[in-house]
Design a protein around this ligand. Structure first.
Ligand code: AGP
Length: 609
């Protein structure tokens, strides 16, 4: 969502803030702005549109000053205009704030302030916060912010700056991530680590209800009731280079091509070949505790929800555990039946998705044990669950999730294997599963070596289409959902994923020569059924592209085009079948001139509900 960066130290702030905002662009935004305090007070520059628009305006007049804040906005309250862009100031124009989140009682506070003579320029909830702090300000910015935050409801990650106190940044976090960067006689505040890595790897993650006060002498963490809180300094373990494109034209292609490595990084250290099981000590659950659970609820959003459905097939098939997969946005509000015998798994690449975080909190409140499958180390969900597995897929910058998806499925395979071997899976079956997992990285690499074949399929069947269908059965039905989502979100083509057998119940009316249909059809337990589904589509003139295993002459004869994938265990096929679909959507989007890494209307991490 919005990107936040703040700086105090010996360097000129403006250029550093702009560079920091550029490293936050992947979060998705529609306007940007900075505020710097110099000898003449508070200098604010902001503009609607991409960062380059703001940079052009700054070219002639880069404000001087060694303390400042910067923001990229993803509009929630108010249109993406320059007026609504952050930073926002109080009535006096001497206090500025940048904010990520939603102030839920902003309209009530706005009305009260207006009755006391405050005049607002923007439609945003953030400006209300600025005016409230301005009204409470009596010479101490930190105290004015703490007093104001005691009056607001909602979620925020924010930073305040005042021309009356040019040596202080005041930050606060409740529901939107913030971390302090600890440099050499310089300190940073940001919504994630990307803007900091060229300066420091030492970071302090703020928790909900905490404030950070940064001065030229150091930083201090407290809560709203003034107590000082001591916090651990963490070390970021990935390099800036990793989060750069590394020579690829797009982050998305880089991340698709990293999957042989990222899948292995998820599995590394967890596979116990001899015992045919997985080590999952991060769950913080003994084997006895793991065996006690009577059901599992998996909750997530988007692509992570798709991997959750694959987890359902794995856990039910291998461990005979009843599983429900819930959209987090539904789970959090529907009064779910949850108790201590329920294991709730929250899946989230970013670890900051508001709905998933709320769902996990709701599950905890109702007494469930919670675990997280998260990629971003130190993220909120990762710190709030009772245990979990980090994906270790490396930074995923492209808005369309790719390597995180296959790593989520790999992590679900680890958990399923562990629990299954505690319940009814034999050591021989366990060893077979471990061997199949170990082969996946090389098999993924084989698929990626033939990416040009996918590019040709993209050009021949999907580049100019307005609609598409993705069909799969069993554990590849969620892969059909995921393939359709990938195409939708980066090429803006309407695509739907369906269980292949479901076509007869309505959607087959859509089939004609203008409807390309992608079948995910490995040689698994339902192969003969999907052959029939392909015949049904062909009989109605549909164009069929099929993902098949080597030597599947039956489908090769039927389909208009095929792409072969290596053989693996049925339950692990999604890790391989999803990769060609990622490439397919990528090539279609590139050929249509779409913004692959930052698709319109989307953000990498949806930290507001
Ligand atoms: C996937 O390509 C999308 N970017 C989106 O559906 C994403 O998976 C969803 O917003 C959940 O994000 P999370 O995994 O960070 O929680």
């Amino acid at each position: 969502m919005c990107g936040i960066v703040g700086y105090i130290g010996p360097r000129q702030a403006a250029g550093l803030l702009i560079d920091g905002l550029r490293r936050l662009e992947y979060r998705g935004y529609d306007s940007a702005g900075i505020a710097v305090v110099n000898g003449h007070g508070l200098k604010i520059m902001k503009a609607a549109g991409k960062l380059s628009v703001l940079e052009n305006e700054l070219k002639e007049k880069m404000p001087e000053g060694t303390i400042g804040i910067g923001h990229t906005r993803w509009a929630t309250h108010g249109a993406p205009t320059t007026t609504n862009a952050h930073p926002h100031t109080d009535q006096s124009g001497r206090i500025a704030v940048i904010h990520n989140g939603i102030i839920e009682n902003s309209s009530v506070i706005r009305k009260a302030l207006q009755q006391r003579g405050h005049v607002f320029k923007s439609e945003t909830d953030t400006e209300v916060l600025a005016h409230l702090v301005g009204e409470l300000y009596q010479g101490n910015l930190e105290e004015a912010v703490a007093s104001a935050l005691r009056e607001v409801d909602g979620a925020y990650g924010l930073v305040f700056l005042s021309s009356d106190e040019p040596g202080v940044l005041v930050a606060a976090r409740k529901g939107s991530p913030l971390l302090v960067g600890v440099g050499e006689n310089e300190w940073f505040i940001a919504s994630d680590a990307s803007p900091l890595l060229q300066y420091t790897r030492s970071v302090v993650y703020l928790d909900d209800g905490e404030m950070a006060v940064l001065t030229r002498e150091g930083y201090r963490v407290r809560n709203l009731e003034t107590a000082r809180i001591s916090k651990e300094v963490n070390q970021i373990d990935w390099d800036l280079a990793q989060s750069e494109r590394g020579g690829y034209p797009h982050f998305m292609l880089k991340e698709i091509c990293e999957q042989p490595e990222s899948i292995w990084n998820t599995l590394r250290g967890h596979l116990l070949e001899e015992d045919g099981t997985a080590r999952v000590t991060g769950l913080n659950l003994t084997d006895e505790e793991l065996k006690q659970f009577e059901r599992v609820i998996i909750t997530a959003c988007g692509t992570s929800w798709h991997s959750g459905i694959i987890g359902e097939y794995m856990l039910e098939e291998m461990a005979r555990l009843p599983v429900e997969v819930e959209y987090a946005s539904e789970f959090r509000y529907r009064n779910p039946v949850v108790d201590p015998r329920t294991l709730v798994i929250g899946i989230s690449q970013s670890g900051e998705t508001a709905d998933t975080l709320a769902a996990v909190r709701e599950a905890k409140r109702r007494g469930a044990r919670t675990i997280g499958l998260v990629n971003v180390v130190g993220s909120t969900i990762a710190r709030e669950v009772d245990g979990g597995i980090y994906l270790h897929a490396g930074p995923e910058v492209g808005v369309a999730s790719t390597k995180a998806f296959t790593s989520q499925v790999a992590a679900l395979a680890l958990i399923s294997l562990r629990i299954a071997r505690l319940r009814n899976l034999s050591i021989l079956q366990g060893r077979q599963f471990v061997e199949a997992l170990q082969r996946l990285p090389a098999q993924a690499a084989q698929i990626l070596e033939r990416a040009s074949e996918i590019e040709q399929l993209a050009d021949r069947f999907l580049r100019t289409t307005r609609n598409a269908l993705y069909l799969g059965r069993g554990v590849n039905f969620p892969v059909a959902l995921e393939g359709a989502l990938k195409l939708k979100e980066i090429s803006y083509i309407h695509a739907e994923g369906y269980p292949a057998a479901e076509m007869k119940h309505g959607p087959i009316a859509l089939i004609d020569e203008n409807m390309p249909v992608v079948f995910i059809a490995p040689r698994d337990a339902v192969h003969s059924k999907i052959v029939s589904n392909i015949e049904e589509v062909k009989a109605r003139g549909g164009k069929v592209i099929a993902l098949i295993n080597e030597g599947d002459s039956e489908i090769e004869r039927l389909a208009d085009a095929t792409f072969t994938i290596p053989e693996t265990l049925d339950l692990l096929t999604p890790i391989l079948t999803s990769i060609p679909l990622q490439l397919l959507s990528y090539y279609v989007a590139v050929s249509r001139g779409c913004n692959v890494d930052q698709p319109r209307n989307l953000a990498k991490s949806v930290t507001v509900e």
